[in-house]
Write a protein that binds this ligand. Structure first.
Ligand code: 4FV
Length: 242
């Protein structure tokens, strides 16, 4: 009697628009990995937990103001039917008020067993359910989306590509942007020249150490100019990390 293989890394999305999934996650790298069972995607329709015959999931904001707010009771019922609260599981609410998403956080979440992702709509969700259920708020950027679903797709895509067996060349994962705390060096391929533009000579030299050093200099230069915040953090990082 073969014991069942453990469930793969799973993303469970609580949304009012389950038809939005898998969407982009069903194509290319995440799509192939989904087909071959390297990860799993579940959707839960929050409206299935509405309590009245009109299946209402939102209501007017206390204190007045524009728009609507997602009801705490309906969302809590959906969360309670889905989340296990296990320590290898994270309950996340995507929101502009959240902690900015970065590669370190992505790495942590790709190492868990399961993510339960709550996608808000309207003006957002009632604050009490965020507190009562201990949701971790994560933001993908300082702008306002029409819903949390696109943010959930971004987060899941970033995690899935770090899962074992998903990317063909895992060595490529270690030297990419943010893994080294730096932005990535520039890339070139054929044709050379292109529109009269030459590829940097060193990349044609076959001298691996010279290439590695040039790429290093390029990564530092572009980080210094475009992301002084990252460059400062990089400067503070313990030397062996760099
Ligand atoms: C968002 C973000 C975001 C706010 C109101 C959904 C929208 C609507 N989520 N990073 N930026 N969410 O704009 O994660 O409910």
């Amino acid at each position: 009697m073969t014991e069942a293989s453990p469930a793969p890394w799973t993303a469970t999305v609580l949304t009012l628009f389950p038809e939005m999934f898998p969407g982009p996650l069903g194509a290319s790298l995440p799509g192939k990995a989904l087909q071959s069972g390297l990860w799993a995607l579940e959707t839960v329709d929050i409206r299935d937990f509405a309590r009245n015959k009109h299946r209402t999931v939102d209501d007017a904001p206390f204190g007045g103001g524009p728009g609507m707010v997602m009801r705490p009771d309906v969302l809590a019922a959906a969360i309670d039917a889905t989340a296990t609260g296990g320590e290898d599981e994270a309950l996340i609410y995507l929101s502009p008020r959240g902690r900015p998403l970065d590669q370190a956080r992505v790495r942590e979440m790709s190492a868990l067993r399961r993510l339960v992702l709550v996608c808000g709509r309207f003006e957002g969700v009632d604050e009490r359910v965020i507190q009562a259920r201990g949701m971790q708020e994560i933001s993908i950027g300082d702008y306002v989306l029409s819903g949390g679903e696109p943010a959930a797709v971004v987060l899941i895509d970033a995690c899935v590509r770090l899962l074992p067996g998903v990317v063909g060349a895992p060595e490529g994962l270690v030297e990419e942007s943010f893994e080294t705390g730096l932005l990535e060096y520039p890339h070139y391929t054929r044709p050379n020249p292109w529109e009269g533009r030459e590829v940097p000579e060193v990349l044609l030299s076959g001298h691996h150490e010279k290439v590695r050093l040039w790429r290093r200099e390029q990564a530092e230069a572009v980080t210094r100019t475009r992301r002084p915040d990252l460059w400062r953090r990089h400067g503070e990082a313990p030397k062996d990390k760099t």
